[in-house]
Write a protein that binds this ligand. Structure first.
Ligand SMILES: [Zn+2]
Ligand SMILES: [Zn+2]
Length: 120
Protein backbone atom coordinates (compact mmCIF):
# COMPACT_ATOMS: atom_id res chain seq x y z
CA UNK A 1 0.00 0.00 0.00
CA UNK A 2 2.76 2.42 1.06
CA UNK A 3 4.76 1.33 -1.99
CA UNK A 4 1.87 2.09 -4.28
CA UNK A 5 1.37 5.48 -2.66
CA UNK A 6 5.05 6.24 -3.30
CA UNK A 7 4.67 5.01 -6.88
CA UNK A 8 1.69 7.31 -7.48
CA UNK A 9 3.65 10.26 -6.09
CA UNK A 10 6.71 9.37 -8.15
CA UNK A 11 4.70 9.14 -11.38
CA UNK A 12 3.36 12.63 -10.79
CA UNK A 13 6.73 14.07 -9.77
CA UNK A 14 8.40 12.64 -12.87
CA UNK A 15 5.66 13.99 -15.13
CA UNK A 16 5.37 17.32 -16.85
CA UNK A 17 3.32 18.47 -13.85
CA UNK A 18 -0.37 17.79 -14.37
CA UNK A 19 -1.93 14.38 -14.99
CA UNK A 20 -5.41 12.90 -14.92
CA UNK A 21 -6.12 9.82 -12.81
CA UNK A 22 -6.41 7.47 -15.81
CA UNK A 23 -2.94 8.47 -17.05
CA UNK A 24 -1.46 8.09 -13.55
CA UNK A 25 -3.12 4.66 -13.37
CA UNK A 26 -1.58 3.68 -16.74
CA UNK A 27 1.90 4.70 -15.60
CA UNK A 28 1.65 3.06 -12.14
CA UNK A 29 0.46 -0.14 -13.85
CA UNK A 30 3.75 -0.37 -15.75
CA UNK A 31 5.44 -0.89 -12.38
CA UNK A 32 2.65 -2.70 -10.52
CA UNK A 33 0.63 -4.63 -13.13
CA UNK A 34 -1.89 -5.81 -10.48
CA UNK A 35 -2.87 -2.33 -9.37
CA UNK A 36 -6.54 -1.36 -9.70
CA UNK A 37 -7.92 2.09 -10.49
CA UNK A 38 -9.64 2.39 -7.07
CA UNK A 39 -6.24 2.02 -5.35
CA UNK A 40 -4.84 4.83 -7.47
CA UNK A 41 -7.81 7.05 -6.56
CA UNK A 42 -7.44 6.20 -2.85
CA UNK A 43 -3.76 7.08 -2.96
CA UNK A 44 -4.37 10.31 -4.87
CA UNK A 45 -6.91 11.27 -2.24
CA UNK A 46 -4.49 10.48 0.61
CA UNK A 47 -1.66 12.41 -1.07
CA UNK A 48 -3.96 15.43 -1.45
CA UNK A 49 -4.96 15.20 2.21
CA UNK A 50 -1.28 15.09 3.16
CA UNK A 51 -0.65 18.20 1.08
CA UNK A 52 1.87 16.46 -1.17
CA UNK A 53 -0.08 17.01 -4.37
CA UNK A 54 -2.95 19.25 -5.45
CA UNK A 55 -6.31 18.28 -6.90
CA UNK A 56 -7.40 20.53 -9.80
CA UNK A 57 -11.03 20.10 -10.90
CA UNK A 58 -11.75 21.42 -14.39
CA UNK A 59 -14.99 21.93 -16.25
CA UNK A 60 -13.78 20.06 -19.32
CA UNK A 61 -13.49 16.40 -18.50
CA UNK A 62 -11.61 14.58 -15.75
CA UNK A 63 -9.89 16.31 -12.87
CA UNK A 64 -6.14 16.82 -12.83
CA UNK A 65 -3.54 16.23 -10.15
CA UNK A 66 -0.69 18.70 -9.79
CA UNK A 67 2.78 17.97 -8.42
CA UNK A 68 3.24 21.65 -7.52
CA UNK A 69 1.47 22.55 -4.28
CA UNK A 70 2.60 26.16 -3.93
CA UNK A 71 -0.15 28.65 -4.91
CA UNK A 72 -0.48 29.15 -8.66
CA UNK A 73 -3.26 29.45 -11.23
CA UNK A 74 -4.09 27.31 -14.24
CA UNK A 75 -5.10 27.56 -17.86
CA UNK A 76 -6.82 24.74 -19.72
CA UNK A 77 -6.78 24.27 -23.50
CA UNK A 78 -10.34 24.18 -24.81
CA UNK A 79 -9.26 22.03 -27.77
CA UNK A 80 -7.09 19.23 -26.31
CA UNK A 81 -7.91 19.67 -22.62
CA UNK A 82 -4.26 20.07 -21.53
CA UNK A 83 -3.78 21.83 -18.18
CA UNK A 84 -0.97 24.37 -17.91
CA UNK A 85 0.35 26.62 -15.17
CA UNK A 86 -0.56 30.28 -15.48
CA UNK A 87 1.35 32.21 -12.87
CA UNK A 88 -0.45 35.46 -12.10
CA UNK A 89 2.02 36.67 -9.51
CA UNK A 90 0.04 38.97 -7.21
CA UNK A 91 -3.40 37.77 -8.13
CA UNK A 92 -4.38 36.80 -4.62
CA UNK A 93 -3.23 40.16 -3.23
CA UNK A 94 -5.33 41.94 -5.89
CA UNK A 95 -8.37 39.85 -4.93
CA UNK A 96 -7.91 40.68 -1.27
CA UNK A 97 -7.60 44.35 -2.08
CA UNK A 98 -10.75 44.53 -4.18
CA UNK A 99 -13.17 42.39 -2.24
CA UNK A 100 -14.64 43.12 1.16
CA UNK A 101 -15.13 39.42 1.81
CA UNK A 102 -12.66 37.12 3.51
CA UNK A 103 -11.16 34.75 0.93
CA UNK A 104 -10.80 31.23 2.27
CA UNK A 105 -9.96 29.64 -1.01
CA UNK A 106 -10.46 30.34 -4.70
CA UNK A 107 -10.53 28.39 -7.94
CA UNK A 108 -9.51 30.08 -11.13
CA UNK A 109 -9.06 28.39 -14.49
CA UNK A 110 -8.32 30.38 -17.61
CA UNK A 111 -9.71 28.88 -20.80
CA UNK A 112 -7.29 29.13 -23.68
CA UNK A 113 -5.94 27.41 -26.80
CA UNK A 114 -2.47 25.93 -26.28
CA UNK A 115 0.37 26.69 -28.70
CA UNK A 116 0.20 23.17 -30.25
CA UNK A 117 -3.51 23.41 -30.99
CA UNK A 118 -3.13 26.94 -32.28
CA UNK A 119 -0.62 25.72 -34.87
CA UNK A 120 -2.84 22.84 -35.98
ZN1 LIG B 1 -4.35 22.19 -26.90
ZN1 LIG C 1 -0.15 23.55 -11.72
Amino acid sequence: MIQKRAAVLQVLRESEGHLQADEIYRRVKEKYPGVVLATVYNNLHALCEAGLIRHIPTMEGADFYDKTVTPHEHAVCSVCGKLMDADLEDFEAVLRQHTKLPILHYDLILHTVCSQCEKA
